[in-house]
Design a protein around this ligand. Sequence first.
Ligand code: NAD
Length: 261
Amino acid sequence: NSSRFAGQTAIVTGAGSGIGKAVAIKLVQQGANVALFDLLDDRALETETEINRIREGASHAFDVDIANAKRVEKAVLETVEMYGGVDIVFANAGINGVVAPIEDLSLEDWQKTLSVNLNGTFLTLKHSIPHLKKNGGSVIITSSINGNHTFSSFGMSAYSTSKAGQVAFAKMAALELAKFKIRVNVICPGSISTNIDQSTKKTDHLKDIVIPVQYPEGSQPLEDGPGAPEQVANLVSFLASHEASHITGAQIVIDGAESLL
Ligand code: NAD
């Protein structure tokens, strides 16, 4: 459906890779203009080039660290200047951060993960709200089954805490923003093939953690391996669309039953 989002503008954070990139491509294929927020490395610019082959000018890469309040505020304003408004927000950028036993995790490392995953989600939504209010809109936040449905990713206490926090935040936002016809939903993917492992910093101490139960990492009853970013993009597109007009405050698992193992 190439006109599903005709005339609409989306902000996608973490659009240079993985799930964010697949969602940005999908939304453009379905008619939206997309502001690509990422740490402006080659990948975000590559996404822009790839997307603009689908439709010239349909996307623009913005150099944004989502944990930086001033950068987020400025990039949202630049998006509105460029495309005329904001209708869809996909607050998705995130990092695994330092993976370590709690006693070895420094306060700095704990705060780094929370600052990208949790503060970044807050800042992205906060600065988009004045624009979403104009015509209503749809916000989708990428959390995870980690911290919500499974707790077996050893050493990922900061990540899991940030992912649980995003769910509470999404539900608060859904209630607060319903009167403006702004829907807010949160998705909890299981393992998806992306570059997220590049954002993992492991410590030597991790091997000391006793793992009581073990099953192959990322194994999913429905698939042989992890899911694909495009499978997540299909869900995000649905949630962003008018077809999901009665869905808000929902927490949706997309994991091929991984969290039921
Ligand atoms: P990815 O590493 O492929 O993509 C994440 C993107 O976010 C990268 O392009 C990166 O540059 C960007 N990013 C990181 N920090 C940023 C910052 N401070 N400001 C702006 N951009 C930043 O990973 P992905 O798997 O596509 O991750 C997307 C989201 O999905 C994350 O929130 C992650 O926690 C969540 N998630 C992933 C999986 C999985 O298995 N891949 C599972 C559950 C949830």
